[in-house]
Design a protein around this ligand. Sequence first.
Ligand SMILES: [Zn+2]
Length: 691
Amino acid sequence: MKVKSRILSLFLAFFIIFSFIPISFAENVGDINEYKIDIKLNHNEKILNGKETLVFKNNYNRELKEIVFHLYPDSYNDIKTMPALSFLGIEGEVKLAKEELGDIHIEKVLVNKKNIKYTQDKEVLKISLDKPLKQGEKLDISMDFTLKIPFGRNRLGFYEDVYSLTNWYPMLSIYDEKTGKWDENPYHPVGESNYSDVANYNVHLTVPKDMVVAPTGSIIDEKIEGLNKTLNIKAENVRDFVFMMSPKYKVLTKEIDGVKLYNYYLPGDKKQNSAQILLDEAGKAVSFLNKKIGKYAYDELRIAETGLLGGAMEYPQIVQMGFYQPIDGYEEEYIPSILEMVVHEVIHQWWYVGVGNNEYKEPFLDESLTVFTTAYYFENEYGKYNNRAVNMKIRRSIYESEIPALNSSVDDFKDFDSYVHTIYTKGPQFFEDLRKRVGEEKFTKILQNYYKKFLFKNATIVDLLNTIEEVAGKGIRKTMEVAVSKPNYFPQNIQLTQEEDRAMEVENKKKYLSKKEKENGLVVGSLILRCLNGEEIVFVKPNNLSQIDAKLMDYFIENMSEELQQIYGLNIKVVEENRLTEKDKLKNLIVFGYPKKSSIMNKIGPKLPINPNSDEIVINNIKIKNENISGMFIAENPYNKKKLSLIIFLDESNTQDDSFMFNYNPLYNDGIQFILNVNGKKNVQIKGMYK
Ligand SMILES: [Zn+2]
C-alpha cells in the first residue's frame, strides 16, 4: 500500500516537473537499482542455475572503478565461516559432509554486454570496470551463476522437503563515500551481516510444478510447462529478495489493515493450529506497529515454517521460522517463546526491513530495538505483568557485567554469548532507559520520526541519536550517546524495584490461581489466592506432636512463611492450638496435627468432606481404611463458610517423610483438592479432586 502510493506521488512530481522533457518515466523513477533474476532449480542435485542482470546507477558522489557484490553463499564453504543461527550440536572439530557445503560459482560477467575481468574471493565478487563510471551514469551488469544449496538447518539450505533460499544470489554491496571503499565484509558467523540498499526485483523462478513458493514481493504470474512451472515474482523497494518453498506447504491467510498475511506450514500434528495462532499473533503485531510506529511499507507479508534451528530470521516481507510445535492451550500470562519469536520477526519488518542498517557494523540498531519493541508490544497488548513484557524481559535483567559498548560491530565480540548478552539483553535496556527519561509520548514520537525519516534507507546510530535530539533535546542526546558508546552499560535507573518485582509476582500468581479455580472449583491454591487478595491465614500449631514431627512442622512453617514473605511480601499468622481465639477460628485456617489429638479436627471433622477421624475415608466412592493415613485437603472453614480451611493430618504411628513438607505446601500442589498418603508397607499416594 505504502509502496504504491509512494510511486504514485513520485510520478506526479515528475509529471509536473519533467512533463516538458521527452524522457520516459521508467528511466527517471529514481535512483533505485533494478534486479532481473532468472533461475531454474535442479531439484535432484539441489542446484540453482541463474542469470542475474542489474541495471546499476552510480548514485555516489565519486567515480567508481569497480563494482562489488556479496557472495554470501560461499560462507557455507566451511564450518568455520558458516553462519549458524545457533551453535547447538556443533562442538569440537566437526567436518561437514559434502552435501552440507554450500557454494556459489560465478560463470561469467558481462558489463554492457561485454565480457569483463572479475575476481571471486572471500565471499566477494569484484568487477573491474574498463573505464570509471561517473556519478549519475548507468550500466548493465549481467552474470551467470550456479548455486549449490547446502543440506542443513541454517538460513540457507534444504531440509525435510523445505528449501530456504536466503542470502543466495550475488547481491550488490554498498559503497562508502567517506572511505572510498566498498563494503567487503563477509557474512559473519556471529549475528547477522545484512547490509544493502533497497532495489526492485523482477524474478522468474522455474521449479517442479507441485512446489509451493513463499517469496519476498508478489507472485504476478505462474505458467506450467510439462513437469515444471515458472513463476514471475516482483518486489519493489526491498533490500533483499528471498524465498522459501516446499511441495508440502499448506497455507493460511489473513488480512490486517490492507496487508495480506500468509503462513506456510508443514503437515503434522497440530501444525495447522500452531500456524493459525502464529498468524493471528503476527496480525496483532502488524496492527499494533501500524498504529504505534507507522504503516507497514508493503502489502504482503509471509511467515514460513522451515527446518531452521535455533531461532527465526527476518527478511523483506518474509519471516523464516523453525519447525512449529503444538502451542494450543497456552496461558496468556505465560506466552510461549515461539509466539514471542514470530512477533520479534514481524517487528524486524519495521527495524531492518523498513529502516535498514549495517547489521555487521551496528547490530544494536535493528536487533536491540527489535527486542525492545517486542517487549513493548507485549506490555501494550497483554499488560505490564506479562512474561514477555518490558518489566519481565528487560527491567528484570539489569545487573553489572563487563560488556563491550552497545555500538560494537559483530566482529568485536569475543564469542557468541558475549554478542547475545550485549545485543539482546543489554541493548534493549537502552530504549527503556530512553523511555524513562523522555516519557511515553516523546518516546513514541522518536520511534515514529525515526521510521518515517529512514524508511527504505539505511540509518546509523548517529541518525538515531539525531532523531532523539530533535524530539527530546541535546541533554538527552548526550546521555544516550554515552550509553551507547561506553562499555559496561548499566542503567540502574530502570531496575525493577522490590515493590514492582513483588507486585509482578503477586499479579501473575493471582492470574494463575484464578484460572485453576475457574477450571476446577475450590483447589488447594485457593487458600494462597485468598492470601494474595489480602485475607489473613492462621496456622494452627499443635503442641502435642512427637519431637521429630514437631521439628518437621517447624521446617514446614518456616519454608512456607519464607517463600510467601520473600516472593509475595505476605505473612501468615502462627497461633498455638490452645491459644486460638474465637476470632481466629473465623479466618482462613491451616489446621495441622494428629487427627485424634487435635481438638479442632475432632470438632470440625464431621463437617468436612473428608473426616480424618472416621474409621474409613471415602473418596470418589472408594473406601480406604483409615489406618496409617496422612494427607491434606482443602475445604470450606466450618466455623465460617466464607473462609477456607486446609487440613494437614499426620499419621502418629509413622514418622513423616521429609518430602511431605513439599507435598503439603499449598504453594505447590495448588491445582488439586487433596493428597492422601497410605503409609506403611505399601506407601501409596493418591491425589486429585474429592468432588
Ligand atoms: Zn532479531
